[in-house]
Design a protein around this ligand. Structure first.
Ligand code: ARG
Length: 410
């Protein structure tokens, strides 16, 4: 080992090799500065005598988790008309709170799929600068959408003339919007391909952008080296988005066999928020979700779960995605047990939240596993998540970029 670098060593009952699903037992993970230098069966010779050693009895080490669909600047208690009273500035401060909660839940990376006023990019920068704690953020900025669509704001009458920042109609207008988002710091592009549950007056199954517009968005984003996420519940919109070449489809509720086949051919990822429905239906009314949206959710929730099962069985690439912000940040890990209940093995659910997510973000060489050379994003949970997935709901140690961010060990 290098003479000067400070080493942090984690001795744990086990560590998960996320690629093979094998547990290394007992395990020694050595971190130098912000990188993993080795993971092996426990071995005192693996680290320097003056290393800082943490003994994690009863714990399993895992790579830091990814949630591929969050809205950090959104508050789950504030929906519908209540949201009209939130300024971008107020939302950014909500984001500070939510970033901390997300990190405490073991999620060291997130993809933030839409925020007005580039508040997600401000938050990302503040975390990077060390001003506030939080995960690595891959931020979209304002989501693109058609006039009156799911990514517009349709709560007020025409006299108030409110239009969301990401609204653009027509192939050149959407290209200009992609360029604008890149100009102000976006890492990924998000657009709304179909109607949605939580928007006023949109049909959840109906396509919104035309094929021509979706193709223009994806072409422009890919030209500039960004990946694209498409919100799509309805079957036609899912297919058009996949044909346009999006990297991931969000929600994917009304998927059919043909769309699954297309996704398999193209390598498209499905990013399905199957926990969300429980919160919307139980707490949504109190939070201000419109009756119209609750009615849509009653049709979408169970159908989406059936689609999830189908997609898993077919072998579609899947990532962990919660849409936290609709439901409370910090509860992200509760989705793992639902992913297992609706068809994944425990290992598949964990891969969806680590190596698959890193690969979707083109970060597979830097993040997503405990392999030597990667950034040291590491978490510890009590027990064995391969046997009991609900262990993922309580993360006691979180290390991000080699730094201990959360330590609840006694
Ligand atoms: N943001 C999404 C929408 O409004 C949330 C969908 C939640 N429902 C669900 N079953 N996943 O469309």
């Amino acid at each position: 080992f290098s003479a000067m670098a400070e080493q942090l060593v984690l001795n744990a009952d086990a560590a998960l090799d996320i690629n093979t699903g094998k547990l290394i037992k007992p395990a020694t993970l050595v971190i130098e500065d912000n990188k993993i230098v080795s993971l092996s069966k426990s071995n005192r010779k693996a680290y320097a005598p003056d290393a800082k050693v943490m003994e994690l009895k009863g714990y399993t080490l895992l790579p830091g988790l990814f949630d591929m669909h969050v809205h950090l600047t959104s508050d789950a208690q504030v929906h519908g008309y209540k949201r009209l009273q939130r300024t971008t500035q107020r939302s950014a401060i909500t984001g500070v709170r939510n970033a901390k909660r997300t990190l405490e839940a073991g999620f060291t990376s997130v993809r933030n799929l839409g925020a007005p006023g580039y508040a997600d990019i401000a938050l990302k920068d503040a975390i990077k600068d060390g001003d506030v704690p939080g995960p690595r953020i891959f931020a979209a900025g304002p989501s693109l959408g058609v006039t009156g669509g799911h990514c517009d704001n349709n709560l007020l009458t025409h006299e108030h003339a409110v239009t969301s920042q990401g609204v653009a109609d027509g192939p050149w207008a959407v290209r200009a919007k992609v360029r604008e988002n890149i100009k102000y710091g976006a890492d990924v592009i998000k657009f709304c391909a179909t109607g949605g549950v939580l928007s006023k007056g949109t049909k959840v199954g109906a396509q919104q952008y035309s094929q021509e517009e979706m193709t223009a968005i994806v072409d422009e984003a890919h030209l500039r080296g960004l990946t694209v996420a498409a919100h799509a519940h309805g079957t036609d919109g899912i297919k058009s988005a996949i044909k346009a070449g999006v990297n991931s489809v969000e929600h994917v509720s009304f998927v059919d066999d043909e769309a699954i086949q297309l996704a398999l051919e193209k390598g498209t990822y499905f990013s399905m928020d199957i926990y969300n429905t429980e919160y919307i239906l139980s707490e949504g009314k109190k939070a201000g979700i419109l009756e119209e949206s609750l009615n849509k959710e009653r049709k979408v929730g169970s159908r989406q779960r059936a689609s999830f099962t189908k997609a898993v069985k077919a072998g579609v690439n899947m990532v962990f995605a919660s849409d936290a912000g609709v439901y409370p940040h910090g509860d992200n890990g509760h989705q793992f047990s639902r992913m297992v209940k609706f068809g994944m093995t425990e290992l598949q659910a964990l891969q969806a939240a680590t190596i698959n997510a890193a690969t979707l973000l083109k970060q597979q060489n830097a993040l997503g596993s405990l392999d030597a050379g990667k950034f040291a994003d590491v978490i510890a949970v009590k027990g064995n998540p391969l046997e009991n997935i609900s262990t993922m709901e309580q993360v006691d140690l979180v290390i991000k970029d080699g730094k201990v961010e959360v330590n609840l060990m006694k």
